[in-house]
Design a protein around this ligand. Sequence first.
Ligand code: ZN
Length: 500
Amino acid sequence: MQNLTQLKERLADIHNINTAMALLNWDQQTYMPPGGANIRAAQFGTLSKIAHEMFVSPETGRLLAAAEAEGKDLDYDSDDAALLRVARRDYDQETKIPTDLVVEFAQVTTLAYEEWHKARANNDYAHFAPWLSKIIDLNRRRAEYLGYTDHPYDALLDLFEPGMKTAQVKTIFDELKAAQIPLVHAIASQIDTVDNAILKRDYDEKKQEAFGIEVAKRLGYDFQRGRLDRAVHPFTNGTGRGDVRITTRYNRHWLPESLFGTIHESGHALYEQGTGESLENTLLGTGASLGIHESQSRLWENLVGRSLGFWKFFFPRLREVFPEALHDVDLETFYRAINRVEPSLIRVEADEVTYNLHIIIRFEMELGLLSGEISVADAPAAWNAKYQEYLGVTPPDDAKGILQDVHWSGGAMGYFPTYTLGNLMSVQFFNKAVQEIPTIPAQIERGEFGDLLAWLQRNIYVHGRKYLPAELVQRVTGGPMQAGPYIAYLRQKYGAIYAL
Ligand code: ZN
């Protein structure tokens, strides 16, 4: 297995460059003084060029082909067989797109990001429209090089959710839509039965931070292999299972911001910290996909962190930390407040019930824009019509409408569906865990999360990137990805809260 050994050494070198960049990125978003921006951009340019050139070089291709020949009899579930599968996927993906398109993509999106910022600040869609046209064109060309059988969107989706097909997403989303639109409308007619004003009282930021750390530790996030810092746009990254850093942001008059943000990022971090030791410093030592990753942040944030059982344990603690703000609030009132549903315009502020509709709108817009069924000029009107139809709200302007998200300006089309796929899988995984360990809900009420975490580690985390999302869902739940369990979860939880 001489070629396999050499291939692993080469991939480890590339991985070291990539993880060094991850730390530079962490630093940029947390502690770097503004004056460091230019040299930091130059550092990224140099390092990403070296890593890319090493990875797509003919030498890597030769080693990969030779290692595949050596490893053809390896057990499918072995680390080495999985490494060869993933390396092949990544290599083919990165070498299919010609370098001049990669360069053009980077140049256009760097400029488009700046122009999107201006367009959003000035509520000026016309300013961004030519950039959106360029990005759609680049993505069409990218899809042609990557290849697809049914729809160009398949090729783009595959970059974020390997193996997932557009037709599959469409079927799942249509089922969700049919269930969620009536549910949102039913809740909207009862909207005033739940109030969340108590969450806007005065919550000292230092105390929020201390409480967030207490919760994260209790969930099982290992601070010997992680840390919590502040960032404008919260994220999780690091160098692999031994160093997984989370970030959050605080709002003195909106408790959920840091509280659920910290639990969300802890979910991502628990996944990364739980990847197998043997996978460290390889292509496999991270999550299986964006969707699977999001299934874990959402599982911990929503199914655990927004459950009544969780707050049976933590609410008395929270009231000790914030006696003034919460002295006249009981558990039930708090639970209802943190689960208030409100159809709104902004995706990142959306609740569990409306969130998927924001995503479905973006998915349908992306399909229409790529196929040409929706023109760039007509896109804001199409966007607004969908908001009215699905959520019953109409954006007053494009800044609160089609210009709100950063993703398209960065060139990412095919990314949005992963958020909703994560939501769906979070329920499928959690149900399976509870089916196998029925005491999990009672444990959560006692502030004990060890059995749940161990189950997730054993069944999902330890495998890192060894399996495709669909394979993982099949292995864990015995079936495919489905909308049904999520719909049942929403109906049960919110039917009780809103007396539907
Ligand atoms: Zn996330």
